[in-house]
Design a protein around this ligand. Structure first.
Ligand code: SR1
Ligand code: MG
Length: 405
C-alpha cells in the first residue's frame, strides 16, 4: 500500500502546530526557541519543540518504513494510530503512569504528546548508573491496570470485541514474532554477534529445548488475546524523573506503545524482566556487582507491584459468577510461568538479533563478550527451570548465578 504524506522536519513543526487549534493553545508556534529531532528508536521521527515561555510539545511521526533500515523494510504508519489509541485507553487505567496524547493527525500519522523533556529514558539512566527507586513497581502497576481494565475482567463483551477489532496489529506483531521468537535461533540474515560470541549464538540455535520453548512462547503470543498489552515494554519505553538529590522517582511515564495489540499479559512482564537482566549484565561486566544485584531486584519489585495491584482490582471484575478466587490464583501462577518464557525470548533477541540494546553495545568490546554470553546462558537456563519454580525471585537468583559465570 503506497503512503503519500509529508514527513515532518524541524522546519515544518511550527506549521503543524499552527494547523491544529488545540495544539496552538498549548505552545506558541510563532515564537519557538528550539525544535529538535530527538528520535533514537528503531522506527519513527520524534521532535520536541519549545516556546519562549518554556512550554514544550512532542511530535512523533510514523514513517511508512522502519527507520532503522530505511525504505527497504516497509512498515505500516497505521502503527501510530494503534499507539495513540492504546495510550488513551491505558491512561485512565494507570493514572499518572502513561504519556498523555494531546492530538492525533491520522492523515500524516503524527501524535502530539506531552513534553517529557524533564524526564530521562530509563535505559539511558540505567546505563549512566542512576537509580530511580519506584520505577519498577510503577511499571508493574501499569501492567496490572492494563490487564484488569482492557481484558474481559474489565470490559463488557461488546466493548471488548470492538477494542479487540480496533487493535489488530499484524505487521508490528510479525516483527515481534520474527525478531523475538524465531530469529534468535533461526537467523534470517539479520543477526550479528561479536566473533567471540559466535559459538554462543550457535549453541543457542542448536539448543533444542530452547527452540521448543520459543515455539511455545510464540504460540502464546499469537493466540492468547488476553488484554491490550503494550507489546514492547522495555526500559527504553519508559521515561523516569527524580529530584537531583534523591534516588526516589517522582514520575514515570510509559510511552511508545505502537506494538500494542490484544496479547498475553505476561509478555509485558517478561519484557521488563529481560531488560532488567540486561542492565544487570552490563553492571556485572563493569565490575559493579552491587548495582547488578540492585538491577536484578527490579524483577521482584515489578512482579510484586503487579500482583498487589491486580489483586486490589480483582473485586471489580465484571463477572464474579465463575471467576472466583481459585481462578485469580491460577491466572497469577500462569502469568508467572509465562513471564519466564517471554523474558528468555526477549533477552536472547537483544543479544543475537537485529535490534540490540545500548546497555550491552556501549560496553567496551572486551566486556561485551562476557556480558552477551551471560545473557544467553540465562535465557537457555530459564526455559529449563521455569516449570519447577517460577517465582520471580528464582528468576533473579538464576540470572545472578549465570551472569556471574
Ligand atoms: C524493526 S523494529 C525492531 C525493534 O524495535 C522495537 O523497539 C521493537 O522491539 C522491535 O522488535
Ligand atoms: Mg519502541
Amino acid at each position: 500500500m503506497a503512503h503519500d504524506y509529508e514527513f515532518l522536519t524541524v522546519d515544518t513543526v511550527a506549521d503543524h502546530i499552527r494547523s491544529v487549534p488545540s495544539l496552538a493553545e498549548q505552545i506558541d508556534a510563532d515564537n519557538l526557541v528550539s525544535v529538535d529531532e530527538i528520535g533514537d528508536g528503531n522506527l519513527n521521527l520524534v521532535f520536541v519543540a519549545k516556546d519562549a515561555q518554556g512550554r514544550g510539545l512532542c511530535l512523533k511521526q510514523s514513517l511508512p518504513y522502519v527507520r532503522m533500515t530505511g525504505p527497504d523494510w516497509p512498515m505500516t504508519p497505521e502503527r501510530s494510530r494503534l499507539e495513540a489509541d492504546s495510550l488513551r485507553h491505558h491512561g485512565p487505567l494507570a493514572p499518572g503512569l502513561v504519556t498523555e496524547v494531546l492530538h492525533f493527525d491520522h492523515d500524516r500519522f503524527i501524535i502530539a504528546l506531552e513534553d517529557l523533556s524533564d524526564h530521562t529514558v530509563w535505559r539511558t539512566a540505567l546505563n549512566e548508573g542512576q537509580i530511580h527507586d519506584g520505577a519498577a513497581a510503577a511499571a508493574g502497576r501499569y501492567v496490572a491496570g492494563v490487564a484488569a481494565g482492557t481484558s474481559a475482567l474489565g470490559l463488557e463483551r461488546e466493548e471488548l470485541a470492538a477494542r479487540l477489532a480496533d487493535s489488530v496489529n499484524p505487521q508490528l506483531c510479525q516483527i515481534t514474532e520474527d525478531l523475538v521468537f524465531t530469529e534468535p535461533s533461526v537467523d534470517a540474515g539479520r543477526n550479528s554477534v561479536l566473533p567471540a560470541n559466535e559459538v554462543d549464538a550457535a549453541e543457542l540455535a542448536a539448543d533444542e529445548e530452547f527452540v521448543a520453548a520459543m515455539g511455545r512462547a510464540k504460540w502464546l503470543f499469537m493466540t492468547k488475546a488476553e488484554a491490550l498489552i503494550h507489546g514492547d515494554l522495555h526500559t527504553g519505553s519508559i521515561m523516569v524523573r527524580k529530584p537531583e538529590d534523591s534516588t526516589e522517582c517522582d514520575s514515570i511515564k510509559v510511552f511508545d506503545s505502537e506494538f500494542a495489540f490484544y496479547g498475553p499479559v505476561a509478555f509485558d512482564l517478561g519484557a521488563l524482566w529481560a531488560n532488567y537482566t540486561i542492565a544487570a549484565a552490563r553492571a556485572y561486566a563493569l565490575g559493579e556487582d552491587e548495582r547488578a544485584q540492585w538491577a536484578l531486584g527490579l524483577i521482584t519489585q515489578t512482579w510484586d507491584a503487579f500482583e498487589t495491584e491486580f489483586r486490589r482490582r480483582w473485586p471489580d471484575r465484571l463477572d464474579k459468577r465463575v471467576w472466583g478466587e481459585p481462578f485469580l490464583e491460577e491466572l497469577l501462577a500462569t502469568w508467572q510461568q509465562e513471564a519466564w518464557l517471554f523474558a528468555a525470548a526477549k533477552m536472547s533477541r537483544r543479544i543475537v538479533g537485529a535490534a540490540k540494546t545500548t546497555d550491552i553495545e556501549t560496553l567496551p568490546e572486551e566486556l561485551r563478550e562476557g556480558a552477551a554470553r551471560g545473557v544467553l546462558q540465562v535465557a537457555r537456563q530459564a526455559v529449563r527451570d521455569y516449570a519447577s519454580d517460577s517465582a520471580p525471585a528464582a528468576f533473579a537468583a538464576l540470572a545472578g548465578t549465570m551472569l556471574v559465570g
